[in-house]
Write a protein that binds this ligand. Structure first.
Ligand code: GCU
Length: 388
């Protein structure tokens, strides 16, 4: 009996695994280049004036919620500065970014290292940190591959991070206790902002700050996020065209992975475990991903013509590596409108074979759900290719 059960389980595992490798969807993907009214888009101007705003609104209304942009005041206070930190390689600056609206205040704390050797303003990587704060230790006593600051500095980049809890605690009962205090009307709207929207909002406030810092090359800000942070990074990149490049590591469901697949996390699973991430309307698709008016290739398309790099890990089937690749290969249509050719084939590349010299980059790293020095090494190569 036990033996039979065991072989059944193995069979199920093999079937799931082999389905996971196929490039199938459960229904045809919404066409990036056809408007809701059925008009075919074949020029950048029509994409930007008609189809892009239409898709952005569909994502706001059905998934991530609105992105309120108004506030009364933003101010920046340096709370700590260390010259020649990191054994003399970088200057550290910690800044409180304070945003005020209707007498309510939100403070986003930023940690920023700038290379000492820089002869002009530096390109920067900004991490949306969804893990423990020790991963972005400003003292560098703790060094984590999740934010390998030394590696970025040695490659000539500034590196920065803020923690998601400053924008919205990652908890279904307390997520309202920060950015959403400024926008309480969002809480009652079915298409209102939730935690992932608030994290993306905070990334944009860091952009506001970068604009004022002459050590930073404002035109070369790369936004990085892992997993739930990767979902937020893609949404921020779609919303805010000031980000030059987006890196989404293992972002999975409602990140880079297509919803119209039977692999890994479902909309129902994500909405059940994390009801505070996406808006109320998204719950209507719990049992019907095929009815969504968008899919995640359109989220990548909204970032066009700016470069996007996504990653997967071989053991992270929950985040659907193949579906995550399919969405970037599907997004090529929109990049092509801009004359940006990437030549991605429909099938994903072999494991540990990064696609770097392309407007849309990707790798599937051997191993588990994580963001590692291997991933960052490829981010730096990809950024270097585009900034050269
Ligand atoms: C869970 C969740 C994912 C998410 C991940 C993470 O696994 O289901 O959607 O990406 O956590 O943020 O690490």
């Amino acid at each position: 009996m036990i033996k039979r059960l065991k072989s059944c389980l193995i069979l199920l595992f093999v079937i799931t695994k082999s389905y996971a490798q196929t490039i199938e969807t459960t229904s045809p993907l919404p066409d990036a280049l056809k408007t809701i009214d059925g008009i075919t888009i074949d020029k950048v101007s029509d994409w930007e004036k008609k189809r892009r705003p239409e898709i952005l609104t569909l994502f706001e209304d059905n998934i991530y919620g609105q992105m309120p942009k108004k506030f009364d005041k933003i101010s920046y206070k340096t709370t700590n500065e260390v010259a020649n930190a990191m054994n003399g390689k970088a200057n550290l600056k910690e800044v409180d970014i304070k945003v005020e609206k209707d007498k309510k205040t939100v403070t986003i704390h930023l940690i920023l290292f700038i290379p000492v050797k820089a002869t002009k303003n530096s390109p920067v990587f900004l991490l949306i940190n969804n893990r423990g704060k020790e991963n972005t230790d400003p003292t560098r006593k703790v060094k984590s591959e999740f934010w390998p600051a030394e590696m970025a500095i040695d490659s000539g980049y500034a590196i920065a991070a803020f923690h998601i809890s400053d924008a919205a605690p990652d908890n279904k009962d307390t997520y309202q206790n920060s950015v959403l205090q400024l926008y309480p009307e969002q809480l009652n709207a079915d298409n209102g902002m939730k935690a992932i929207g608030a994290w993306a909002w905070a990334a944009s406030r860091v952009m506001d700050y970068f604009k004022t810092n002459k050590d930073i090359d404002f035109n070369k800000v790369s936004l990085v996020g892992h997993s739930r942070g990767g979902k937020a990074a893609l949404w921020a990149g779609a919303q805010d065209k000031r980000f030059a490049m987006i890196f989404a590591s293992c972002s999975g469901n409602t990140g880079a992975a297509l919803a119209r697949r039977k692999v890994g996390e479902s909309i129902k699973a994500i909405n059940t475990t994390f009801p505070h991430w996406f808006n109320n309307n998204y719950k209507r698709f719990n049992d019907n991903a095929d009815a969504l008016p968008v899919d995640q290739h359109l989220l990548i398309s909204l970032i066009a013509p700016r470069p996007v790099y996504t990653t997967s890990a071989t053991e992270d089937i929950w985040a659907d590596p193949v579906g995550s690749y399919m969405s970037i290969s599907e997004a090529q249509k929109v990049y092509s409108l801009y004359g940006k050719k990437s030549g991605l084939s429909p099938n994903p590349p072999a494991v540990n074979t990064p696609i770097i010299q392309s407007i849309l980059g990707y790798h599937n790293r051997e191993g588990i759900h994580n963001m590692t020095a291997y991933d960052w090494g490829n981010f730096i190569r990809f950024a270097g290719f585009h900034y050269k």
